[in-house]
Every structure is written in structure tokens, then in C-alpha cells.
Design a protein around this ligand. Structure first.
Ligand SMILES: Cc1cc2nc3c(=O)[nH]c(=O)nc-3n(C[C@H](O)[C@H](O)[C@H](O)COP(=O)(O)OP(=O)(O)OC[C@H]3O[C@@H](n4cnc5c(N)ncnc54)[C@H](O)[C@@H]3O)c2cc1C
Length: 497
């Protein structure tokens, strides 16, 4: 192939359901410790990647849409859909591309990045209309100014609002289900360019397919989301044995309905893996007379981020971080914060800046009464792997009554794990093996796993974790027969079902 001068490696999102696809373009093999470099084929079109840095994908065209008016955005998306359809090219919509397994990418496709836009609050109704690509950082800034806050969003603010609906994300706010449960309606452009207004009353099937549907049914241009008053919150820290944390989390929420946000942590040092737990619950502070403007991450977060990174390979630092987080910080500060400030954290705070490693997230959802089993599963699987677990955060997600690809069909404890992975063939293979082992064991206890991350689970594992996936696949073929909307989730999983 003309123009290829270096030994480039193909490391795509196609690693699902089997061996990790790593090959040189020259047909050679690579050694176990070889660092996985970036892309590869010299051909027209931009190479885009996602947050994993392991999904380099050459798209036909990358278009960023930043229209601040609804009608011009609709017109622009419609034009892109019509052109792509006429040329027989798939389309994928995205915002920050923080998914990690090419869910926002398609080889040779048209990549639409939606950004900015409009936000129209209705304080009396407790809702606001927001453009699909607006990032939560912007949403928080605008809502903060009028004393409001998103009802549910992730614990970082870099993501797009429609993406959050499309993966059905969740965060620290309680006692809600995922973000989709707080979305009243969406406006979406369908494969034929028609505009559909979807809610629980109107086009309900499409609404439920699009919620957690990874953009496979249309391009969302606007959402109507629920908002709540922003308030000063004060934390309470409770030490709990690791295996008890799931049960205690639920007890705390049931006993005190004033809790507005909550999360848990487990100690990740190998010498006491998941033995110590911490439950942090936030209640409204007594004094609400002055609610300060949403702050970014402070100096404390940056110092903590430095210690966070030094945990790689060191139980000593992991133990120190635990002491810092569970004892020193609570003793030194009141922890008083606003609802908005707690969610106004950029992902960049966690960035390691090491080109030889990448951060990979996993997330599992288990019933609270099976949480102790989950802890035992993790003890069996994670410490014996080659992966460095730097953090685990636990959340509560109530029953999802809407989405077809629901991961919380009953109330769940969500366990978000952040691993630092070596960007090497051995790192990737070990991660794939460990992921499949975890998914097997978690589904055996009735749990499921989250879909925006690496696509290492097998198609069979997806079927077990998402019992309605066949209905989802059938609806995709019925509602998008020309397969205009495609991405890694379609290629690696849904197309095989
Ligand atoms: C550091 C980090 C922290 C995270 N924390 C959390 C967390 O606290 N809680 C949680 O639940 N998740 C969390 N996630 C996962 C995150 O919510 C998802 O990866 C989310 O998709 C990121 O948003 P994005 O804008 O980057 O999405 P993208 O990767 O750009 O897109 C995600 C999906 O949405 C689709 N999509 C995007 N825009 C549209 C549109 N306009 N119309 C139709 N489909 C669209 C895309 O096609 C794709 O399938 C985290 C991820 C990272 C990397």
C-alpha cells in the first residue's frame, strides 16, 4: 500500500468476542511488550480516536457542528444525513468521544461532532431544553447562574448531553435511576431525515430504544431534561467493611430521604484488597443563604491527582491515598460544597500524561444484596491480573423502567473501576482476559456491565447481561434498514445478533 513507511499497527474496536486484533500492516508480528502506537493506513480522511487511545479509526469525513440555533443545526444534520445516505456511507454522531470501544466511531463513515448550542430553562416546570452537543460544563455554568443544577449527570463535566442519554449514564445524585429517567423528551432526526419528537407518551418505542441506544436510531438534536435547585451540601463519612458497603449504601438512602448525593469507595491496595470501605453521603447544609458559584477543581484535587497517579505499582502510595481520603481530608476540611461544584470536575484532573499507559474504565452493576459476592469475585480476579486498579467508586442506580438496553432492571450498586493499562500487546490481551472473567462471574450473580467501555466481552456475554438485546437488534434492522447509523457497538455486537 502506497505511502506506508512505518510499522503501523491496527488496533481497532474489533477486539470483541475473541482474540485481540493486533497486526502489523506489513504482516509481521509484534512482541509482548511492544508499545501499541497510533494509526496506520495512509488514505484520505481524518483519523479519530476515543478516550481509550486504542481505537484509531480513519473516517471518510469529520464534521463539527456548533450551530447555536435549532433550525440551522437541524438543517445541517439533515444535509449530512442525505449526502451520506446518497453515497452509501454510515454516519455516527458524537460529542466528546470519551467512550472507549469505538462506540462513537466507524471506519470510512461520516463522523459528526456536535458541540455548543442553546439552553432554555423553565424554572417553574423544573426542566430545560438543551442542544444535543452541549457539554455539561456549559450546562452547569448556565444553570448555576439561575440557581439550578442537572438532576442527574456523570461525576465529570466534559461529556455531551445527548451522549449521556445515548449511553444512559449516571452519577452521584440519588435516589434516581440513570440520566434517561430525568429526560422528558428528545428530538431526533431519523434515517430518512424526518424529525421525531419522542417521549414516554409520543413515539415511546423510539424513546426507549434511543435511551442507552448508542446513536443507532437517529441523531438527537435537542433534549428536554429535568433540573433541581442547586444547594450547599455537607458530607458525612462512614467507615464500613468492604463487603458490607452495598447493603449499608441502601440502608443509608432508605433511612434518610434528605440525602442528595452519595458515593462509596473501596481500598485498592493489594495487601488489603477491598477490605476497607467508605460511604460518603451529602445532605443539604443548614445555611443556604449564600450558594457560591460552581467552582472548578481546587488545589486539593490537583494534589490528590498527583498522589492518584503515583499509585501505579505501589501499595504504599495506595495505602497513603486511602488514609488521605478517609481520614486526613475529612478531618481537615468541612467538605462543604455545592451540588454543581461536586459535578463540575474535568476528566483532565485525572490525566496521567504517560504515553505508555492508558486509563481504562470498567463498570459493573449488581443487586445490593449480592455486593459481598461481587467483592469476592473482584478479589479472585483482579489482583492476579497484570492490571493496575487505581480507583473504584460505588453509586446507587434505581430501576430503569424505560430503556430497552437497560443495565439496571432492578435497583443496582454501580461499581466504576479505573485501571491504568500498559499500552502493549500483553497489556491488551490481559485486559481482555480479565474483563471476560469479571463479566462471566458478575452475570452469574445476576449483574450486568456497562457498554461505553472496551469491547472485550463476547457477544454471548452481552446477551446474558442484556436480555432484551435481540429486541433491540430487530428494531434496529426494522427502523434503520439501510444501516445509516453504525459504530463499534453495531459492528462488533448488534450486527451479530
Ligand atoms: C473519565 C471518565 C469518567 C466517566 N464517568 C462516568 C460516570 O460518572 N457515569 C457514567 O455513567 N459514565 C461515565 N463515563 C462514561 C461516559 O458517560 C460515556 O463514555 C459518555 O458517552 C461520554 O460522553 P461523550 O460525549 O464523550 O460521548 P461520545 O463517546 O461522543 O458518544 C457516546 C455515544 O453516544 C452517541 N451519541 C453522541 N451524540 C449523539 C447524538 N447527538 N445523537 C445520537 N447519538 C449520539 C454516540 O454515537 C456514541 O454511541 C465516564 C467516562 C470517562 C472517560
Amino acid at each position: 500500500m502506497a505511502g506506508i513507511t512505518r510499522r503501523a499497527l491496527l488496533v481497532g474496536g474489533g477486539a470483541a468476542a475473541g482474540a485481540v486484533a493486533v497486526q502489523t500492516l506489513e504482516g509481521g508480528t509484534i512482541g509482548a511488550g511492544t508499545v501499541l502506537p497510533g494509526p496506520l493506513v495512509d488514505a484520505p480522511g481524518d483519523v479519530l480516536n476515543d478516550a481509550s487511545q486504542l481505537s484509531p479509526t480513519r473516517v471518510f469525513r469529520h464534521v463539527t457542528l456548533t450551530d447555536v440555533r435549532r433550525d440551522t443545526l437541524v438543517e445541517a444534520v439533515r444535509r449530512e444525513l442525505a449526502e451520506a445516505k446518497a453515497a452509501g456511507r454510515p454516519v455516527v454522531a458524537s460529542a466528546a468521544r470519551h467512550s472507549m470501544g469505538a462506540q462513537s466511531l466507524h471506519q470510512g463513515g461520516v463522523a459528526l461532532t456536535l458541540d455548543r448550542g442553546w439552553l432554555e430553562p423553565d424554572q417553574a416546570a423544573g426542566t430545560c431544553r438543551v442542544s444535543a452537543g452541549m457539554r455539561w460544563s456549559e450546562v452547569i455554568t448556565r444553570l448555576d447562574a439561575i440557581g439550578f443544577s442537572p438532576k442527574v449527570m456523570q461525576s465529570n463535566h466534559d461529556f455531551g448531553v445527548a451522549s449521556t442519554f445515548s449511553v444512559n449514564a449516571h452519577g452521584w445524585p440519588v435516589p434516581w435511576s440513570a440520566f434517561g429517567s430525568t429526560v422528558r423528551s428528545i428530538t431526533m432526526l431519523l434515517p430518512d431525515g424526518a424529525m421525531a419528537h419522542c417521549s414516554r407518551q409520543e413515539n415511546a418505542e423510539l424513546f426507549n430504544l434511543a435511551m442507552g441506544g448508542y446513536g443507532l436510531f437517529g441523531v438527537i438534536v435537542e433534549l428536554e431534561i429535568e433540573i433541581v435547585p442547586n444547594r450547599n451540601l455537607v458530607p458525612t463519612f462512614e467507615h464500613v467493611a468492604g463487603e458490607e458497603l452495598g447493603r449499608r449504601f441502601i440502608e443509608a438512602l432508605q433511612a434518610d430521604k434528605t440525602i442528595e448525593m452519595a458515593y462509596g469507595r473501596l481500598d485498592v491496595a493489594i495487601n488489603g484488597f477491598f477490605e476497607r470501605g467508605l460511604l460518603i453521603t451529602y445532605r443539604p447544609a443548614e445555611d443556604q443563604t449564600e450558594v457560591p458559584a460552581a467552582s472548578g477543581s481546587g488545589i486539593v484535587s490537583h494534589i490528590a491527582a498527583d498522589i492518584f497517579r503515583r499509585q501505579v505499582g505501589s501499595d504504599q502510595v495506595k495505602n497513603f491515598r486511602w488514609t488521605l481520603e478517609s481520614a486526613i481530608s475529612p478531618a481537615l476540611t468541612s467538605g462543604l460544597s455545592t451540588r454543581n461544584s461536586l459535578m463540575n470536575e474535568p476528566v483532565a484532573t485525572l490525566d496521567d500524561g504517560d504515553p505508555g499507559r492508558t486509563d481504562i474504565l470498567h463498570e459493573y452493576f449488581v443487586a445490593p444484596e449480592r455486593f459481598a459476592d461481587f467483592v469476592r469475585i473482584c478479589r479472585d480476579v483482579i489482583p492476579s491480573s497484570y492490571q493496575e486498579l487505581l480507583n473504584i467508586t460505588l453509586r446507587f442506580v434505581d430501576t430503569d423502567r424505560d430503556s430497552v438496553l437497560a443495565y439496571a432492571t432492578v435497583p443496582r450498586i454501580a461499581a466504576v473501576m479505573l485501571f491504568s493499562q500498559e499500552m502493549s500487546v500483553r497489556g491488551e490481551e490481559d485486559m481482555a482476559r480479565m474483563t471476560r472473567a469479571l463479566v462471566d462471574r458478575v452475570t452469574e450473580i445476576g449483574g450486568s456491565y456497562y457498554l461505553p467501555y472496551r469491547q472485550h466481552p463476547t457477544v454471548d456475554q452481552l446477551r446474558r447481561a442484556y436480555p432484551r438485546v435481540e429486541e433491540f437488534a430487530a428494531a434496529k434492522r426494522r427502523l434503520d434498514p439501510g444501516l445509516l447509523f453504525q459504530n463499534g457497538l453495531w459492528t462488533n455486537y448488534i450486527s451479530k445478533i
